[in-house]
Design a protein around this ligand. Structure first.
Ligand SMILES: Cc1ncc(COP(=O)(O)O)c(C=O)c1O
Length: 387
């Protein structure tokens, strides 16, 4: 009652969270492999995050970008030191970071007196719900009823270099893709594909823009998923979700040449980079920039995929066909309708998310330990045995 009915929530009211667990108001404990759709990177109520937020809450909540914000300078400096970026723009969500990146692409070519403006995106992508973001993906599920959408976006098959080559023309300004498609069904861009994308961008003077709202900030076991291909030189990367650990926060990472064109007044946000968000992000960075922490993500993720392959999938050949993913961004490929399997897991108190291509998305908090994986595997087996 009262809430616009654009969502379809489960009939579970969450009361509180602790680490990898969520507790409903009736006292039931759930193993949370959703992380609020890839957001609560350090789990629920992580003491470092709670303390950072409380301390900052006592000092200053908001002052706007009319003033210098120490936390912003610190977080930006740390991101710049640990990535390709030369500057960072802070905003409040994934779609806003994508939106900012699209504006930067257009501004870059405009400031060079070029009439290039088209952005090549991928079919099956998801970049958010603003007008530009729904226009990039072009999916009818997102655009139906909202015409006219923005012009200047063209979709190609993901991981298909021939299709990309065919679509580049004189007006193409940039290529924008998710390094790992999330909503679309946990589909990593192939390494070879990424290398060839980079070559096409270089040969045609295009900007390379990666959306890492879901796959960035440690999710794949690297701070940015683009780091898996060391030759890759992004011009722009959008992040959000995990960087705030549950606090609404997004950021656009820009290389030198794209940041140079964004002059005073070119873009902005009232809340972007606000002191509360920055206090939390600074704490998140203490973890997701730590090589041992990232190592654990890679190892636990690898073990989870291995166990799914050996213990779960062979047992249920009528329900499941395979597993894919990278780090703690895992997709379980279903034969039976994914929703039926997800509901069976909910009955066993294991929470997962739906994704495209009939996939179950597994996005646990990045603090996951192997004991939690074992717990999830036995819950899954019980759940699927009931079907
Ligand atoms: C890859 C990607 N980009 C953008 C977004 C939009 O983020 P937000 O919902 O914070 O606007 C999402 C959200 O799921 C996403 O997965």
């Amino acid at each position: 009652m009262g809430i616009l009915e654009v969502y379809n929530p489960l009939d579970i009211e969450i009361d509180h969270g602790d680490g990898v667990y969520l507790y409903s108001t009736d006292g039931t404990r759930y193993l949370d492999f959703t992380s609020g759709i890839g957001v609560t990177s350090l789990g629920h109520s992580h003491p470092s995050l709670v303390n950072a937020l409380k301390d900052q809450g006592d000092k200053l909540w908001h002052c706007s970008n009319l003033f210098r914000i120490n936390g912003q300078e610190l977080v930006a400096k740390r991101i710049v030191k640990n990535s390709f970026a030369s500057k960072v723009f802070f905003c409040n969500s994934g779609a806003e970071s994508v939106e900012a990146g699209i504006k930067v692409v257009r501004k870059y070519f405009n400031s060079k007196g070029s009439d290039k403006y088209k952005i090549i995106c991928a079919k099956n992508s998801f970049h958010g719900r603003t007008y530009a973001a729904i226009s990039t993906s072009g999916k009818s599920k997102l655009t139906d009823g909202f015409f006219p959408i923005l012009e200047g976006f063209e979709q190609v098959e993901f991981n298909d270099i021939k299709d990309l080559k065919k679509k580049v023309d004189k007006k193409t300004a940039a290529i924008m893709i998710e390094t790992v498609q999330g909503e679309g069904g946990i589909i990593p861009a192939n390494k070879q594909y990424l290398k060839e994308v980079q070559k096409i961008a270089k040969d045609n003077e295009l900007l390379l823009f990666f959306d890492e709202v879901q796959c960035g900030v440690g999710r794949t076991g690297k701070f940015l998923a683009t780091e898996w291909v060391k030759e890759l030189k992004p011009n722009l990367v959008s992040i959000a979700k995990g960087i705030g650990g549950g606090f609404p926060l997004g950021a656009l990472l820009l290389d030198k040449k794209t940041s140079d064109v964004m002059k005073r007044g070119a873009h902005g946000s009232t809340f972007g980079g606000n002191p509360l968000g920055m206090a939390v992000a600074n704490e998140v960075l203490n973890y997701v920039l730590d090589e041992d922490f990232l190592d654990n993500i890679r190892e636990v993720g690898y073990n989870m995929r291995k166990l799914l392959k050996s213990e779960v999938i062979p047992r249920f050949p009528k329900l499941l066909s395979g597993v894919r993913g990278i780090g703690l961004m895992i997709g379980l490929e279903c034969i039976q309708k994914n929703e039926i399997l997800i509901n069976a897991m909910i009955k066993e108190k294991l929470l997962t998310v739906r994704a495209g291509q009939n996939v179950i998305r597994i996005l646990p908090p990045l603090i996951l330990e192997i004991k939690h994986v074992d717990e999830a595997i036995s819950k899954m087996i019980k759940a699927f045995e009931s079907l």
